[in-house]
Ligand binder design. Structure first.
Ligand SMILES: NC(=O)c1ccc[n+]([C@@H]2O[C@H](COP(=O)([O-])OP(=O)(O)OC[C@H]3O[C@@H](n4cnc5c(N)ncnc54)[C@H](OP(=O)(O)O)[C@@H]3O)[C@@H](O)[C@H]2O)c1
Length: 280
């Protein structure tokens, strides 16, 4: 495993396991398999309704809590300082832990300043070890920087070879905020796993398109955490630390960047409405 350093000095694994759309009833089983495979960064969210499964798997693993890096996110319907703090307490209960390694504002909707204030309070109390945001574009990012005391360590945004987020990454560099990629495989869209550039580079290293895509993110300073409920693919996605992409490979993959979201287009009113209407 490789690690990156957050702007508060905490070490974070460069690769994790994500649980979006993972059946709450099966989440414990899949997280247990992920832990057996070697994953220690686990990404869940209040809205995924599978924090409990994560907590069970971590507890039953017998591995020391401090070897894990647990990420969760506050949904926008939990806005309001008191509500957000209460929701953190509930996440702690479901995750069966005294602290969450990284807690994010899931979406830049509703009164997210109040959520951020709650996160700062939770950070000072030590019940979250680091705080951040998700789906904040450059404008909203700099706004939260100007109106916060503790700078976000992470902005979790849709990031993959087709949407490399270079401008956002550059803008956040000054404050040390890293990108954590969501949908590192663009959820398989645009025939992701058969992309000819990824596949031809993969042939050189005896790796799949998926492994090349993950390696590209990690070498770009981006934390990746793909989702899979397939044990073979869990192992495949984890096996990306025994090779290094050359500068030429990196440049070639850079050429795939369209600078456009494939899944979550926040400039599309209908997409925003769709997300706003998802209730806990
Ligand atoms: N902050 C946010 O707003 C936000 C939004 C979306 C997602 N996320 C987070 O990001 C994580 C990952 O994103 P995502 O789940 O949307 O999409 P993703 O990781 O880009 O893609 C997941 C899809 O790829 C398939 N897959 C996984 N590994 C594969 C491989 N090696 N070869 C072929 N197919 C493979 C999976 O199918 P199988 O399961 O059948 O293998 C699944 O259909 C989520 O789980 C969640 O934790 C966050």
């Amino acid at each position: 495993m490789e690690y990156m350093q957050l702007n508060n000095g905490i070490k974070i694994p460069a690769l994790g396991y994500g649980l979006f759309m993972v059946d709450p009833l099966k989440s414990e089983e899949y997280v247990s398999l992920a832990i057996e495979t070697g994953y220690r960064l686990i990404d869940t969210a209040q809205i995924y309704n599978n924090e409990e499964g994560v907590g069970n798997a971590v507890k039953k693993s017998g591995i020391k809590r401090d070897e894990f890096f647990i990420v969760s996110k506050i949904w926008h319907t939990n806005a309001g300082f008191d509500e957000a703090l209460k929701s953190i307490d509930l996440s702690l209960k479901k995750l069966q832990t005294d602290y969450i390694d990284l807690m994010l504002i899931h979406m830049p909707y509703n009164d997210y300043y109040s959520i951020y204030k709650a996160l700062e309070t939770a950070y000072k109390k030590g019940i979250v070890r680091s705080i951040g945001i998700s789906n904040f574009d450059t404008g909203r990012y700099i706004d939260i920087i100007y109106h916060s005391e503790i700078k976000p360590v992470i902005n979790q945004v849709e990031t993959h070879v087709f949407n490399q987020q270079k401008d956002l990454q550059k803008a956040m560099q000054e404050y040390g905020t890293l990108i954590m990629a969501w949908a590192p495989f663009a959820e398989g869209k645009n025939d992701f796993f058969n992309n000819s550039i990824l596949k031809s580079i993969g042939e050189k290293y005896n790796k799949s398109a998926a492994q090349i895509a993950l390696r590209f993110l990690i070498q770009s300073g981006i934390i990746a955490r793909p989702k899979t409920v397939n044990i073979k693919r869990m192992k495949e996605n984890f096996n990306v630390f025994d090779f290094i992409l050359s500068c030429e490979d990196m440049k070639l993959i850079n050429s795939l960047d369209t600078k456009k979201a494939v899944i979550g287009d926040f400039s599309d009113i209908e997409y925003n409405k769709y997300v706003l209407e998802i209730k806990m």
